[in-house]
Design a protein around this ligand. Structure first.
Ligand SMILES: NC(=O)c1ccc[n+]([C@@H]2O[C@H](COP(=O)([O-])OP(=O)(O)OC[C@H]3O[C@@H](n4cnc5c(N)ncnc54)[C@H](OP(=O)(O)O)[C@@H]3O)[C@@H](O)[C@H]2O)c1
Length: 279
């Protein structure tokens, strides 16, 4: 259901151009269309198959990034980081100082985009793949020329595919490593729980469903109860019961330490990639 802010944005009837119609571009196009946030969504891509897929969901397609940018009020950059310089060079004259540019490219600093687009109003965003099921968490960092209204427009866009927070750009590498890459870690956890179920005799389909819904339910409790996970954990571990038996193994094998190191390693790798491409 569209929020009040989403309805306000929709009433302005913006044209949104999505440059790069891959997994994220399509998820965001679907979100914008579903929430009725734009009078029109335009998409570009180098792959004809991606343009065909976008046409099927009601998106107008164009070949030229510059033409799409010119025809829009808001431009979403959803190409891979390695393609950003080329795309920015192609749209620099079309953007001017009126259009809002939102980039979801991992590790691409606001300063890099602003150097290419001069006076542009830019917002950097880090969503995650759960945008495909409207359960993303997106962090937004406004650039030098982005106004509070621009940030609200970006919030409305990402709220159409999940939750949204506003942060200082310096937190983006850690956010990319935690929630950007996070679905990958959770898939591994779901896989492990499922295999545990199968090892103890559950049919695979049932084990998978139990594991996935358990992760969803536990996440919902953390978000809605506002309690520390350790408190919730102690609530389910009765003395000499089954949960504490399982938790003892999790502690022994250092699951929490492993996850901490995973986020640290991904943050380091993100910084390395960013430095090799953009400094
Ligand atoms: N996937 C995630 O979980 C996730 C999460 C957060 C942020 N992001 C960011 O989102 C961006 C898109 O990721 P994705 O997973 O959606 O990637 P993707 O599926 O590869 O989509 C990018 C699309 O852009 C196309 N493209 C390449 N050059 C282009 C150009 N010059 N003009 C127009 N389109 C062009 C690509 O074509 P080719 O395949 O032929 O290159 C591809 O179809 C990335 O920058 C990534 O860092 C992704």
């Amino acid at each position: 259901m569209a929020s009040a802010e989403q309805k306000k944005i929709a009433s302005r009837k913006k044209v949104v151009a999505i440059l790069g119609a891959g997994k994220m571009g399509e998820a965001l196009a679907r979100g914008v269309l579903r929430a009725g946030l734009a009078s029109q969504v335009i998409a570009t891509d180098v792959l004809e198959s991606r343009l065909e897929a976008m046409k099927k969901i009601g998106v107008k397609t164009m070949k030229s990034n510059a033409d799409a940018a010119k025809a829009s009020d808001m431009v979403l950059l959803s190409v891979k980081p390695k393609d950003m310089a080329h795309v920015l060079d192609g749209i620099s004259t079309a953007i001017g100082d009126k259009r809002l540019v939102i980039s979801i490219a991992a590790g691409v600093p606001l300063s890099f985009i602003e150097q290419h687009l001069k006076k542009a109003k830019v917002v950097r965003a880090m969503p995650n793949i759960a945008a495909t099921v409207q359960e993303a968490i997106t962090a937004l960092a406004p650039g030098t020329n982005a106004s509070p209204e621009d940030l609200e427009a970006a919030k409305a866009l990402f709220t159409s595919v999940g939750r949204c927070i506003v942060v200082d750009e310096k937190l983006m590498d850690a956010i990319t490593a935690l929630s950007g890459s996070g679905p990958g870690y959770i898939f591994a956890i779901i896989e492990g729980l499922t295999d545990g179920g199968v090892k103890t005799g559950l049919p695979y389909d049932i084990a998978l469903q139990l594991a996935a819904q358990t992760v969803l339910g536990a996440s919902k409790m953390v978000l809605e109860a506002g309690k520390h996970p350790a408190e919730l954990r102690s609530m389910v571990a009765t003395p000499a019961g089954t949960t504490i038996e399982g938790l003892a193994i999790i502690e022994e094998s250092g699951l929490r330490g492993t996850l901490i190191r995973a986020v640290e390693a991904a943050t380091r790798r993100g910084k390395e990639i960013s430095q090799s491409l953009f400094s």
